[in-house]
Design a protein around this ligand. Structure first.
Ligand code: SDX
Length: 428
């Protein structure tokens, strides 16, 4: 007999089916709850609420498991190929060699931006936050590719995905150049994905920046580890906006804005700010940990804790290893890494963190690697955008292709004034 739960209200009992996923996660389908009982559920932050069924990413927060289309993320570490993972997230399986080559060629052919877009960059003040520029430039990009405002077939989706994934690097690099008052460096079609981005960011008009293979691999892995994370805040935003049938550019631009927040994608930059504050002698690691435990201090141990992981974020473990590889390759000691390790050691031995199941998350080590590569703190979350873009596209497509999908429209419990009347201003 199909699994179900019963809810009783006002002497009546209602039965609701239980939906079981392929990893045996179970959810109560309450689609009929309001029409049956007149009641809704209330779950601020949606910690107990599933918004959809999805076949893209699986997380087991208690066991620290993260799988993309069923493949554990650890299996992408040996030969990290961000573009292959991007295609897999969007289309549901690893690409064969023909598909991988075709997608790669589409990316190479689409690295340039329309020359007119340079005027948009010039319209931003040099102190503009890079995330503000990035979200604006994605909608600007859509204006130059409006033939993709409505998508009808897989090849069209593959083309627009390639254009977005390729051009987001150029947008990021041009943003970096704009805020630093540097001339724009155009993409070099001979370079692979990550090397091309570093070239556009760091080359000089008279001297090309050549990325070490290990640095390229590190950046590929960072982008892979950020590529998707099921219904996180920014991905849910992309789905929410896409549910109104808004185009892919508008939906992605909204996702960028959600990711900007310091509790979400902005945390990687906050971690570096925290480490630098300790390093500059303002605070010791021990003192910072004590502050993070005090409710009224308004201080959190950034890069620690997670809505889903109540154990080690598997991405943090992999990024800690990459940290050491990159610093060794660059023959660099980074005192901030030592401070990060000290904070982790103190926190994992402190009941405040252990009892609340607060462990390092993806943001705790990523910033140290980005800084070692030479990427400034104000560009960290833009790097997160580049990584997360395939996941956003995959979720937008999954919802777009679902014939049962509806516009997202949560309900509320009203707590405002009841039955008041308008009073003319001379009587107030
Ligand atoms: C990302 O959702 C995703 O998948 C996101 C992400 C992705 O890939 O998309 O994984 C990327 O956003 C990672 C998270 C990056 N954010 C940070 O590192 C910011 C610091 N972390 C926190 O602010 C916090 O842990 C959250 C926001 C990540 C999660 O918050 P929760 O689950 O809502 O936890 P909570 O706020 O309910 O806190 C539970 C308790 C509270 O204490 P009590 O009220 O029980 O006494 O834990 C405390 C909190 O004060 N707490 C922390 C803490 N995180 C939670 N205390 C100190 N430092 C922290 N970092």
């Amino acid at each position: 007999m199909a699994d179900s739960v019963q809810i009783s209200s006002n002497g009546k009992t209602y039965s609701y089916p239980v939906v079981t996923g392929t990893e045996n996660e179970r959810g109560i389908d309450i689609s009929r709850l309001r029409s049956d009982t007149g009641m809704i559920t209330l779950d601020p932050g949606y910690g107990n609420t599933g918004s959809c069924k999805s076949a893209i990413t699986y997380i087991d927060g208690d066991k620290g498991i993260l799988r993309y289309r069923g493949i554990p993320i650890e299996e992408f570490e040996r030969e990290p190929d961000f573009i292959e993972v991007a295609w897999m997230l969007i289309f549901g399986r690893l690409p064969n060699s023909t598909e991988r080559e075709r997608f790669g060629n589409r990316l190479t052919a689409n690295a340039h931006l329309h020359e007119s877009m340079k005027h948009t960059f010039e319209g931003f003040p040099t102190n503009a936050p890079p995330m503000a520029i990035t979200s604006a430039m994605i909608n600007t990009l859509g204006c130059f590719h409006s033939e993709f405002y409505s998508l009808t077939d897989e090849m069209q989706l593959e083309e627009v995905a390639a254009r977005l994934i390729s051009k987001i690097r150029t947008i990021a690099a041009f943003t970096y150049r704009r805020v630093n008052g540097l001339p724009y460096i155009y993409p070099d079609d001979k370079l692979r994905y990550c090397a091309n981005m570093l070239h556009m960011m760091f080359s000089k008009p008279y001297e090309q920046y050549i990325a070490d293979t290990e640095i390229e691999d590190a950046l590929n892995l960072i982008f892979i580890l950020h590529a998707d994370h099921e219904q996180n805040c920014s991905t849910s935003t992309v789905r929410m906006v896409g549910s109104s049938k808004a185009n892919l550019f508008a939906s992605i631009s909204a996702g960028v804005c959600a990711l900007w927040g310091p509790l979400h994608g902005g945390a990687n930059a906050e971690v570096l700010g925290m480490l630098e504050k300790i390093h500059d002698g303002g605070l010791t690691a021990e003192k910072y940990i004590e502050l993070a435990k005090q409710k009224d201090s308004n201080v959190r141990l950034m890069g620690f804790g997670h809505r889903v992981y109540k154990h080690y974020d598997p991405r943090a473990k992999m990024l800690q290893k990459t940290c050491e590889t990159v610093l060794k390759k660059l023959n660099r000691q980074d005192p901030l890494l030592d401070i990060a390790r000290k904070l982790e050691e103190l926190a994992l031995a402190d009941d405040y963190f252990v009892s609340r199941k607060l462990y390092p998350n993806v943001d705790f080590y990523s910033g140290i690697i980005l800084r070692a590569i030479g990427i400034p703190i104000n560009m960290f979350t833009v790097m997160f955008v580049i990584g997360r873009l395939p996941g956003w596209i995959a979720h937008w497509k999954e919802q777009h292709d679902d014939p049962t999908a509806k516009i997202a429209r949560p309900r509320q419990i009203y707590t405002g004034p009841v039955n008041r009347h308008y009073v003319p201003i001379n009587q107030r």
